[in-house]
Structure formats: structure tokens, C-alpha cells
Design a protein around this ligand. Structure first.
Ligand SMILES: *Cc1c(COP(=O)(O)O)cnc(C)c1O
Length: 389
């Protein structure tokens, strides 16, 4: 079998940091992907919240094709219209008077940029959440609140404190006048789609204001419309000092961004940070197409509607104990700790998801998911959970 052949070759030549994937995908359109043996899947993982418009979306194909045959890379010694247009667009989506964008390629790099930005305050202490995920590079890993990911790589950055997620009193005890930044995900994605109390972000904002710490919202997973808002914190009414983005931003192309808002927009001076590929004409062309399509097709409204339907209907399935999330970032918690087995059975039944932890299936389908695809997912999920597929 061809899937097995690629798995074997992967195992010999690709680092074993992920484990060996069982399925080799070769093409896709919308939410439908095909593996190397010709088997078709409904993609409800979306490259982990990354293929925000699905696979091979015509608007991205057109924008990237046009750019790749015009000009591929300019370096940061020269400007390119795409980077400027995208920065202006992202600033306008923050609905603030003043903000400035730094472009990079990934979520980890966006958070690294936020760490360095916060050092410009002269402070170095950081508060983050237990269970959080902020990336794997040494700085971002220092923020990540998961001991199993951190421990093989100690020592990490000093003075990073991890507090229980959703517990504002723990934040109150930890944020001081030494705190450079607090970093928080609006919804903890990798941890299993954990939603905090409704007034949590507001409470953190007040503490950051009181002590002069930067509030960094890690919107790498919740961003680009996934929750039905552009970044995922908007429901709280707060304005963060920094927003970090990646995953969905480039619609499948590698693009990350750190948006610094208000006074923090001017903290970096020339020469203090950089990235060779940051703001590359091709990846920024893709992101402009993503935002234009989301706006033109009023996808944010659709995301909310589809999300509500998924959350309501999945919660009724026997064996499901809780469905959490917002918009199209959803964690389906099951009574039994068999998420890995269920994910494998779903793949056999032609649906791609992932097991965020032993009890939780995470779904993050493209924002263009149709009613029929939502129905199909719910039916197959019910079948797999009730009779094992
Ligand atoms: C995926 C993720 C990251 C890391 O992004 P990479 O592109 O893998 O570096 C950071 N923060 C959150 C919330 C994420 O979901």
C-alpha cells in the first residue's frame, strides 16, 4: 500500500519528532482531500486551523500564481505593496487608532517577537497559563505551559510563571510591577479547546493596566475568523497591546504576524528585530486573498452559525460528555479516554480530525464548510462513536 511505503520512507529520512504519519495526502479542493491511494476524506482538521479557506481555494491560487510569476522576494531593504496593504488591513481589523505589524513565518516566531518587544520595557518577567501552547522555539517554549514539552529542554527563559488558566485570582497574585508581559490564548487550542470564564480577559486587562505590563493575545489558533470574530478576543471588549497570528493567516502558506497596538507599536527601533522571509510578497498575497474572501463572502456570520449547530448537535450524541469552543474551533470531549482510537476510526470512515488529548477530539474545519458537510460530519461522528464505525 502506497500510504505504508511513504510512512516507511518518512521513517528513514525524516526526523522522528512527530512520529510517523499513517496517511500521505496528495491533493485537495475545499474540504475534500485525497490520499496517495485515492481514498477521499472530509477534512475537519484543516491542517490544524491553518487551511482557513480549505484546499486550493481559487482566490489564493490566483493571488499566489500571479505573484510567483511576477516577483518572489525583495528582502527587507525594499518595500513591497503586498506587505504594506496587508499590514494596513490587519491594523484596521484591530479597530484601534494606532498599530504596527511585524511579519514572520510562524506562530512561534510571532511570540518570540512579542517576548523581545516586551523586553524593551526594561522588564523581563512573564506570566502565562498552565496548559497553554505558544510554540516550540526556546523562547516560545518558555511560554508554553506544558511540562512534557518543556522538560527535555531545560533550562529555558527565567522568570516565566505559569498560572492555572481561567483563574483570575492566580493572575492577581502573579502580575507585579516587574511583569513585562502576560500572554494568553482566548481559547486554549492545543490543550483541548478550553474556554475561560467570560470576564477573564477583562480581568487580565485591568491587572496589566494597573502594573504596566503588556497584554499579549496569542491568536495564532483563534485568529482569522475562526471563532466568528477576526482574532477571538473581541467578545471580551478589551484592547490588547499585542496580537500574535499565524496558522490561518496565510491560508496554508507560511505567514505569521505580531501586531503591536498603541504605544507598544513604537517599541522596536531599526535593527532590533528581523526575519529574512518576513512580509514576503507571495505569502502576503495569499493573506490578502484570505481576508478579502472572508469579507466578500460574509464568512464570519456563517462561522458562528455553523459552529452553533455543530456544538448543539454533537452534544446530543451518546458518549459525548461536553462540547466546547467558539465558531469553528471545537473540542468534543468524550466520556471515555479513547480519542486516539476514535480519530483513527474517523479516518477509516473518511473524516480527518485530531485527538487534542486522550478524551478530546478537536475539529477546526475551513470557514467555507457547507451545511451538507456539517451534516455529514455529525452523522459519521455519531456512527463511529455509537457502533465503532
Ligand atoms: C500552533 C500554535 C502556535 C505555534 O505556531 P507554529 O507556527 O507551529 O510555530 C502558537 N500559539 C498557538 C496558540 C498555537 O495554536
Amino acid at each position: 500500500m502506497k500510504n505504508n511505503i511513504y510512512a516507511k520512507r518518512w521513517g528513514k529520512s525524516v526526523q522522528n519528532n512527530y512520529g510517523v504519519p499513517e496517511i500521505t495526502l496528495i491533493k485537495g479542493r475545499g474540504l475534500v482531500v485525497q490520499d496517495v491511494e485515492g481514498k477521499i476524506y472530509l477534512d475537519f482538521l484543516g491542517g490544524i486551523a491553518t487551511n482557513i479557506l480549505g484546499h486550493a481555494h481559487p482566490s489564493i491560487v490566483a493571488a499566489v500564481s500571479k505573484q510567483v510569476e511576477t516577483l518572489n522576494h525583495v528582502s527587507n531593504y525594499y518595500a513591497h505593496p503586498n506587505a504594506v496593504l496587508l499590514a494596513e488591513k490587519l491594523v484596521s481589523l484591530t479597530k484601534t487608532k494606532k498599530a504596527k505589524v511585524f511579519f514572520c513565518q510562524s506562530g512561534a516566531e510571532a511570540n518570540e517577537a512579542a517576548i523581545k518587544l516586551s523586553r524593551k520595557s526594561g522588564r523581563s518577567h512573564i506570566v502565562a497559563a498552565q496548559g497553554s501552547f505558544h510554540g516550540r522555539t526556546m523562547g516560545a517554549l518558555s511560554l508554553t505551559g506544558q511540562p512534557s514539552k518543556r522538560e527535555p529542554f531545560l533550562p529555558l527563559l527565567k522568570n516565566v510563571k505559569h498560572v492555572p488558566f481561567g483563574d483570575i485570582e492566580a493572575m492577581r497574585r502573579s502580575i507585579t510591577k516587574k511583569t513585562a508581559m502576560v500572554i494568553i490564548e482566548p481559547i486554549m487550542g492545543e490543550a483541548g479547546v478550553i474556554v475561560p470564564p467570560i470576564d477573564y480577559l477583562q480581568g487580565i486587562r485591568e491587572l496589566c493596566d494597573k502594573y504596566g505590563a503588556l497584554l499579549v493575545i496569542d491568536a495564532v489558533q483563534t485568529g482569522m475568523g475562526r471563532t466568528g470574530d477576526w482574532f477571538g478576543y473581541e467578545y471580551s471588549g478589551i484592547t490588547p497591546d499585542v496580537i500574535t497570528l499565524a496558522k490561518g493567516l496565510g491560508g496554508g502558506l507560511p505567514l505569521g504576524a505580531m501586531i503591536a497596538i498603541g504605544d507598544s507599536a513604537d517599541l522596536f527601533k531599526p535593527g532590533e528585530h528581523g526575519s529574512t522571509f518576513g512580509g514576503n510578497p507571495i505569502t502576503t498575497a495569499a493573506a490578502l486573498a484570505v481576508i478579502k474572501t472572508i469579507e466578500k463572502q460574509s464568512l464570519l456570520k456563517k462561522v458562528r452559525k455553523q459552529g452553533q449547530r455543530l456544538i448543539q448537535e454533537l452534544a446530543l450524541i451518546p458518549g459525548v460528555s461536553q462540547v466546547r469552543g467558539s465558531g469553528l474551533l471545537i473540542g468534543i470531549e468524550m466520556e471515555e479516554a479513547h480519542a486516539n482510537e476514535i480519530a483513527r476510526k474517523l479516518a477509516e470512515a473518511g473524516v480527518l480530525v485530531n485527538a487534542a488529548n486522550s478524551n478530546t477530539i478537536r475539529i477546526a474545519p475551513a470557514l467555507i464548510v457547507t451545511d451538507a458537510q456539517v451534516n455529514k460530519f455529525i452523522n459519521i461522528f455519531r456512527k463511529v462513536l455509537t457502533n465503532g464505525g
